[in-house]
Design a protein around this ligand. Sequence first.
Ligand code: C5P
Length: 221
Amino acid sequence: FQTPQLKGKHLVITAGPTREAIDPVRYLSNHSSGKMGFALAEQAARMGASVTLISGPVTLPTPAGVTRIDVTSAQQMLQAAEQSLTRCDAFIATAAVADYRPSESAAQKLKKGEADLSRIELTENPDIVATIARHSMRPSRVIAFAAETQDLEAYAQRKLDKKQVDAVVANDVSRTDIGFGSDQNEVLWVTRDQSQPFGPDTKSAVATFILEQLMTLDTSA
Ligand code: C5P
């Protein structure tokens, strides 16, 4: 990205939790609010990018000018992500994807007493951002998030290699004043050759910081 604006660029952002069905009424999920991904989508659109926001179930309004694709499960999120690669300059994974899904999802509601609900067999979900980073149609920039409770930088460095991404945005989820559900966030932008802290600030200020870092990212190094 040569200019400080995102005009002409297409960004794909995943956001929110995924929901993994046990049966038609029960699921496994997490408390992700989707706020960080939605703030990124909003700021990127303001900076002139065309934005596809692939969102799990959240209660947030779609930011102006953003194309939103609603999904429920990790498998659906991966499918939507792969389909978005035909025109994608940067992929940013903020979604809190469920690590596992029930191996079988019952077609009918499981009844207490009839089905053994005390154990649910699980299957590992695909790692969406790692799949996109290794894809034959890999976008030139792929960014992951890391929610950690200690040693942010070391874990972020490990994640860069494990997922083959260009940068990891790490945040400390042991703090109750920032992160999950909050309107505030404090992050560490980690690439293979630099690490830069930002915040605490609003999620939209953090989003602007991340997009500015993204524009200066040199993936040829
Ligand atoms: O491995 P971990 O869950 O800590 O990595 C978090 C990062 O990876 C986030 O960017 C998240 O969106 C992404 N992720 C993913 N698919 C998964 C798990 C995590 O895209 N199945």
